[in-house]
Design a protein around this ligand. Structure first.
Ligand code: HPA
Length: 272
């Protein structure tokens, strides 16, 4: 079956389940699934029901597409995303992002849990992603270019849209929420980094390190879909003592930061 047929089948299925066109697409990262409680839900579709959708396997990810109203806009929200480390190929990881674009979204809001390597960061901080480094993860555009989506060699000079970053700065100031800014360094996982790796990530220009987001950002840029992204700093990679990091700790820290995260994302949807 051709790529075009796969996209068409998934799209037709979703259009039958939800007839409206969402304006904003949202992806919820690890431990941030409760954000979906903010949505006035109009339709929920389990990933496993959607033709050609992969199925999420990670604990802390709910695995469904939520359609509804948020901040006076129609939105579609992925509660649970697909990660390269789960064994999906990069094309599968980004399949839902392409579907969101085909559904009509005009902007994409991404979120994730990430490890802090900027020495000024602390657990629970929110970091707006201003740029990324991703030499060590597979580029999802490798392979035959799908020219209906975008060009062979997409520009990546503004992977996270400057005007959206500016809007988030204003929102954070207005709400009195401290919003860090920095470079997200993508790794495949599923191991957390060694001490030496966290140091290297910092030396190579990263402020935070994580296992998602960048492949989604790349295909969105390919399709000329504006991206805004935010990390919740769930652990500190560079520390002298007790460098053990667990998935439970990551989920707990994300849950605790969720109210501030939700406040910023809700306002972003309003002003987009
Ligand atoms: N490293 C990579 N990915 C992560 C981390 C980390 O320290 N924390 C949450 N996701």
């Amino acid at each position: 079956m051709s790529d075009a047929q796969k996209f068409n089948e998934a799209l037709s299925y979703l259009k039958a389940r939800y007839p409206h066109s969402p304006q904003v697409g949202i992806v919820l990262g690890s431990g941030l699934g409760n954000f979906s409680d903010e949505v006035e839900v109009e339709a929920e579709v389990d990933y496993e029901e959607i033709p050609h959708f992969p199925v999420s396997t990670v604990e802390g990810h709910k695995g469904k597409l939520i359609f509804g109203n948020l901040s006076a806009k129609k939105i579609v929200c992925m509660a649970g995303r697909f990660h390269f480390y789960e064994g999906y190929d990069a094309e599968q990881v980004v399949f839902p992002i392409r579907i969101m674009k085909l559904l009509g979204v005009k902007a994409l809001l991404l979120s994730n849990a990430a490890g802090g390597v900027n020495p000024n960061f602390k657990v629970g901080d929110l970091m707006m992603i201003t740029d990324h480094v991703s030499f060590f993860t597979r580029n999802p555009l490798i392979g035959k270019n799908i020219s209906a989506f975008g060009p062979r060699f997409p520009d990546m000079s503004e992977p996270y849209k400057k005007d959206l970053i500016e809007k988030a700065r204003d929102i954070a100031k207005r709400l009195g929420i401290q919003l860090r800014e920095g470079v997200y360094f993508a790794v495949t996982g599923p191991t957390f980094e060694t001490r030496a790796e966290y140091k290297l990530v910092h030396a190579l220009g990263g402020d935070a390190v994580g296992m998602s987001t960048v492949q989604e950002c790349i295909v969105a840029n390919h399709m000329n879909l504006p991206v805004f992204a935010m990390s919740v700093i769930t652990d500190i990679g560079i520390r002298e003592e007790e460098n053990k990091i667990t998935h439970e700790e990551v989920l707990q820290a994300a849950k605790e930061a969720e109210p501030n995260f939700a406040a910023v994302f809700k306002e972003m949807v309003r002003v987009i």
